[in-house]
Design a protein around this ligand. Structure first.
Ligand code: SF4
Length: 456
């Protein structure tokens, strides 16, 4: 049984026999985010098939990623890896001229122990282009953790070399902008409080970045930089003792690098998902920077009012997270605040320290709304979960494509979990998008029932 009446969150760990996307899928959103990058995935045809199928129509848009497909001779060490990679990187440099090439290690490079980290610095100096290595393989990580491996590798660079790059970039741009007055910037900056530098980390689309920047600006907080930035050459400069804060729950390794190597202070906050999470996130940032928050309660109230038509639909309904993308705790906390009952939170990996503030908010939300605290099942076993789902029969199951249609055929509503990754869900204004996703299957089935359908 997965529901208890305890006032503490209980954690379980199963076999890890669950479906999720391979972490190399992070190239799909990271190549779009870092506009001057190129991602080279070094793996086998299996990885290639996965990327080709999971990216859908994106692969027809000349994406800035490619596969370096290993052959028999590479695996038996008859070909020279270094020469092969050099040939490919020179071709990428000639065809696309990126500011950085990311080498994405896969299961195969792990198993044959290809020394990517050893080769990268040598090749980097030879071809004169930064090469960043991230091991986003399916042996160690799940889905969104791919972004964590890439950002952790970039964070290492921020700690080491980026200062020079940034200086060069600044010299270059100060040269082109010579004579132009930054009137607006200086007026805006005057309004901001003098606080310690703040860098936010986590890849988000530009509109959300603008929204979050604006929300913090209302509190007179200035963001000194984002990791990753829009362009690799614009990476933020870390300052010892400066503050860093994440926007995603799956970036624990990046946080570790920023704390240990960058000597930054991590603001452990709930994540800005849902109006409750966003308010708590801003409050934590304000308290770390010694800024008194203004008007946050009204802002949250106003957003909740705008969500009313959706919350009425889901109030009292039950939901089960099978778990595959690490956003589960934040989404469950928001849905509980909306009035739902969460039966189980499956999650591939739980870093209790990194998610401490989020877990505390989850517990507080359950106690305040008077619903049982759901069990968090780390490394779930999909077979056991299906048995629990058939027993509990929740109103909605959030799951991957592998189980969605079979569950629908058995009369259980499902929502495909990967949509939460590609939909804009962060910040106050995007809370509506989460509820649109959640209510869509419920509304569709209501409509079908009205037409006389009983099974869909
Ligand atoms: S799990 Fe391993 S082999 Fe499969 S696609 Fe991912 S990296 Fe490639």
């Amino acid at each position: 049984m997965t529901i208890t009446n305890s006032t503490e969150i209980s954690f379980e760990c199963e076999t890890g026999n669950y479906h999720t996307f391979c972490p190399i899928s992070c190239v799909a959103w990271l190549y779009q985010k870092i506009e001057d990058s190129f991602f080279l995935v070094i793996g086998t045809k299996t990885c290639g098939y996965f990327l080709q199928n999971s990216m859908g129509v994106m692969i027809f848009s000349e994406p800035r990623y490619a596969m370096a497909e290993l052959e028999e001779a590479d695996i038996s060490a008859q070909l020279k890896d270094y020469e092969e990679l050099k040939r490919l990187c020179l071709k990428i440099k000639k065809d696309r001229n990126p500011s950085v090439i990311f080498w994405i290690g896969t299961c195969t490079t792990e198993i044959i122990k290809m020394d990517l980290e050893g080769m990268a610095p040598k090749l980097e100096s030879e071809i004169d282009i930064p090469i960043v290595v991230a091991r986003a393989n399916g042996l160690d990580y799940a889905f969104t953790q791919g972004e964590d491996t890439v950002l952790a590798a970039i964070a290492q660079r921020c700690c080491e070399k980026i200062t020079n790059l940034k200086e060069n970039y600044n010299i270059f741009y100060s040269f082109i902008n010579f004579g132009k007055k930054k009137i607006n910037a200086s007026v805006d900056e005057q309004k901001q409080v003098n606080h310690s530098p703040l860098i936010l980390f986590g890849s988000l689309p530009e509109p959300i970045i603008r929204q979050l920047t604006l929300e913090l600006k209302k509190q007179q907080i200035k963001i000194s930089g984002w990791l990753p930035s829009k362009r690799y050459i614009e990476l933020p400069i870390l300052k010892e003792g400066g503050f860093v804060c994440s926007v995603h729950p799956y970036l624990s390794r990046t946080a570790t690098v920023l704390i240990r190597k960058g000597k930054c202070k991590l603001i452990n906050a709930p994540f800005p998902i849902g109006p409750d999470g966003t308010k708590a996130w801003i409050e934590k940032i304000c308290s770390a920077l010694d800024v008194t928050p203004i008007g946050l309660d009204e802002r949250e109230k106003q957003i909740w009012e705008s969500l009313e038509e959706y919350t009425q639909l889901i109030k009292g309904k039950t939901v089960f997270f099978m778990g595959d993308n690490l956003l589960e705790t934040s989404l469950a906390r928001f849905l509980i605040r909306c009035g739902m009952i969460v039966y189980e939170i499956g999650i591939p990996y739980m870093d209790k320290r990194f998610q401490a503030a989020e877990l505390a908010l989850l517990q507080k939300t359950c106690l305040e709304t008077g619903v049982p605290i759901p069990t968090i099942v780390e490394k779930p076993d999909n077979h056991n979960q299906i048995n629990r789902i058939m027993e509990l029969r929740p109103d909605l199951v959030i799951t991957g494509m592998a189980h969605a249609n079979p569950l629908e055929a058995r009369g259980i509503n499902t929502k495909w979990s990967v949509e939460f990754i590609f939909e804009q869900i962060h910040g106050f204004v995007n809370a509506k998008n989460i509820l649109k996703l959640i209510t869509r299957p419920l509304l569709r089935n209501q409509k079908l029932k009205a037409l006389g359908w009983q099974n869909f």
